[in-house]
Design a protein around this ligand. Structure first.
Ligand code: AMP
Length: 208
């Protein structure tokens, strides 16, 4: 099974992907987490990605496509994959379709959240350096409850970069909603609800 989570930064894609991993055994493939891992390991790709990411711009398509498709080709066993943060542009969506061939995507879940709520969530978001689990500012200074890692505010969750990321989302990623709707793959989920209610809608969408 291949599930794609589409939605603006801060919509809660990562949270729902983790829940799908826990409940349905899907492998969570997050392009943002893969890129942050490359940065931590100071790979060539990580160094290339750094300035784009810190500004809130997209990393060039060719490198992101190669990185994610390589990862997907390793995930052939198990119940499937939940893709979080990829595709984010039309060329990425086309490359994914081509790579998948006949089997294709099962469902694209569009997690919808209004912009003022996204800004509020992102500027209050702290992330574990070890496992990327999200926290709010109140947890700052504590250790991650899952892995004991340090909590930090991402460079791209600072106000200037947040504004840019939302603009980039509107210009480059939002058009994918029409693309997947045209293919009959899209299901809208109200991301403004509490986490359990969003999960219930996600599970319902997967059941059909
Ligand atoms: P995320 O953790 O998904 O919010 O991604 C953090 C940053 O990584 C984004 O702002 C981009 O700079 C970069 N990034 C993640 N996924 C992609 C993608 N599919 N295409 C291009 N850049 C990406």
């Amino acid at each position: 099974m291949l599930v794609v989570l589409l939605g603006a930064p801060g919509a809660g894609k990562g949270t729902q992907a983790d829940i799908l991993t826990e409940r349905n055994g899907l492998t969570h493939v997050s392009s943002g987490d893969l890129l942050r891992m490359h940065r931590q390991q100071k790979t060539e790709l990580g160094q290339l990605a750094q300035s784009y990411m810190d500004r809130g711009d997209l990393v060039p398509d060719d490198v992101v496509i190669r990185m994610v498709l390589d990862k997907l080709s390793e995930e052939t066993d198990g119940p499937g994959v939940v893709l979080d943060g990829f595709p984010r542009t039309a060329p990425q969506a086309k490359a994914l379709d081509e790579a998948l061939g006949g089997s294709g995507i099962d469902v694209v879940l569009h997690v919808k959240v209004p912009e003022d709520e996204l800004v509020r969530r992102l500027s209050n978001r702290y992330i574990c350096r070890g496992c990327s689990r999200p926290y709010t500012a109140e947890s700052m200074g504590k250790a991650c409850e899952s892995c004991g890692g340090e909590l930090y505010q991402r460079e791209d969750d600072m106000p200037e970069a947040v504004r840019n990321r939302l603009q980039v989302y509107a210009n480059q990623t939002y058009p994918l909603i029409d693309y997947y709707e045209g293919k009959g793959k899209l299901v809208e989920v109200n991301g403004l609800q509490d986490v359990d209610a969003v999960t219930a809608d996600v599970m319902e969408a997967l059941a059909h």
